[in-house]
Design a protein around this ligand. Structure first.
Ligand code: PHE
Length: 446
């Protein structure tokens, strides 16, 4: 029953039923482009970050197609063939070689190759099959940035001096920075063979200062916006920390975290770009850095937006609160929530598909359960209920001692952001969810 082909942003792609797992709910969201909607909080957040990375040094690409190849999304970046992110349970596929990008890094190769400026920014919608809760939505928006220096064009071929000169030209800030990490580490965060220690250290310093300045700008806006609503933050300088990380496409790599409301909040991932990406893009003489971050997470902070579903709302009570803010950030204020509607919890217990392990002796012990993944349940709930479900939580799980079959129980929280659901309505949705679970996932309701 999947279609023969799908059309996304007026381009048509052949569907392979073996791979195709993009529901119509998701397909419909490919045209929304929240990051480009005037006065939308995702778009305002994008513009605040863009202001820290000005042209002509950084060129912004905001209209790249969400449909990319497995090569662009994974292979070109150095993801191994067995990387879990490639699984059909995690990624939306159109066919075996075509998918909805899971991150903006899918465009690194093409933009390094285009080489129109020493730096670029990408803002775009990205797609990941995931759980349902207040901070996860299968479509969200990322911003990627990169900066390179070319050994062939910097004065005397001296990248190190060129990078330090650019670093000197960056503004200062008064944040408190915790950075106990060495510039690179042989095991945890290695220097790339084609980089000198001095080069990697210089590029890493430019990367860190650039991103600290971005965080300083965001949190200046957070503070001002909150102050307009009488929320005070105190006068202590902002505290951030750098943590070592791993990405297949950068080394060394880090994450940047900010101290916010008594906890460390992860803001972004970044690192020194893997040289093979630049080499494959035909610009082997360049060296540089890249970062990526989620725009919703920052927008939620800027505007105190409590539930990620709100970004997709067309309700004036939501959209109206940001009108006129684009181009006048002095008007930015925290979102004032609409009155919360009551939650309506419904449980569903079921046997997973397959026949269990055939007893304790069976190899693997997981029996015929290979077909089951929680994300498939999440997708059914989204398809049937749209944005009416707030979260889906596993309550219980047990394996039958004799048959080896596994039974699980999930609790679905039916709560619209916009109106009160009647119990009949929630019951009707829940029955349809159960029906689809049986039909599409092959589970047995208990
Ligand atoms: N693409 C990474 C992610 O989605 C973020 C990233 C971008 C990390 C660029 C390093 C460099 O998590």
């Amino acid at each position: 029953e999947p279609p023969k082909e799908v059309t996304i942003n007026s381009k048509t792609y052949p569907v392979d039923p073996e791979w195709f797992n993009v529901s119509s709910t998701i397909l419909n969201l490919t045209s929304r482009k929240l990051h480009l909607q005037k006065d939308h909080p995702v778009s305002i957040t994008r513009q605040i970050i863009e202001s820290v990375f000005p042209s002509p040094t950084y060129l912004a690409y905001n209209n790249l197609d969400p449909v990319v190849s497995t090569h662009e999304n994974f292979d070109s970046l150095g993801f191994p063939p067995n990387h879990p992110g490639r699984a059909k349970t995690d990624t939306y596929y159109i066919n075996g070689t075509t998918l909805l990008r899971t991150h903006t890094s899918a465009h690194e190769a093409e933009l390094f190759k285009a080489s129109k400026s020493p730096g670029y920014l990408i803002s775009a919608d990205v797609y990941r099959r995931d759980e349902i809760d207040k901070s996860h939505y299968p479509v969200f928006h990322q911003m990627e940035g990169a900066r390179v220096w070319d050994r062939n064009t910097v004065p005397n071929g001296d990248v190190v001096s060129a990078v330090y000169k650019d670093l000197e030209a960056l503004p200062k800030h008064d944040m408190i920075i915790e950075d106990p990490n060495p510039p690179f580490h042989p095991d945890r965060n290695p220097l790339q063979p084609s980089h000198s220690a001095e080069e990697a250290e210089a590029v890493g310093k430019h990367l860190k200062r650039s991103l600290e300045l971005m965080v300083a700008e965001i949190f200046k806006r957070v503070k001002e916006s909150h102050a307009r609503a009488g929320i005070q933050h105190g006068s202590e300088p902002l505290k951030v920390r750098w943590v070592e990380a791993y990405f297949p496409f950068t080394s060394p790599s880090w994450e940047l975290e900010v101290w916010y409301q008594d906890g460390w909040l992860e803001i972004l991932g970044c690192g020194v770009s893997q040289q093979h990406i630049l080499r494959d893009a035909g610009v082997a003489s360049q060296i540089g850095w890249a970062f990526g971050l989620g725009l919703e997470r920052i927008a939620m902070l800027l505007f105190q937006i409590p539930d990620i579903r709100l970004f997709w709302s067309r309700d004036e009570r939501f959209l109206g609160q940001f009108r006129g803010v684009e181009g006048d950030w002095g008007k930015m204020r925290p979102f004032v929530g609409f009155s919360r509607h009551p939650a309506c919890y419904k449980d569903v217990s079921f046997w997973l598909p397959g026949h269990g392990g055939g007893g304790a002796g069976a190899a693997g012990g997981r029996g015929g359960e290979g077909e089951w993944h929680e994300n498939d349940l999440m997708e059914v709930v989204r398809d049937v209920c749209g944005d009416v479900v707030e979260d889906v939580v596993m309550m219980d799980s047990f394996t039958h001692p004799k048959t080896g079959r596994r039974s699980v129980c999930y609790r679905v929280n039916y709560r619209s952001l916009e109106r009160t659901l009647t119990n009949e309505e929630a019951n009707g949705l829940h029955e349809r969810v159960k029906g689809e679970m049986v039909g599409r996932l092959g589970v047995e309701i208990r």
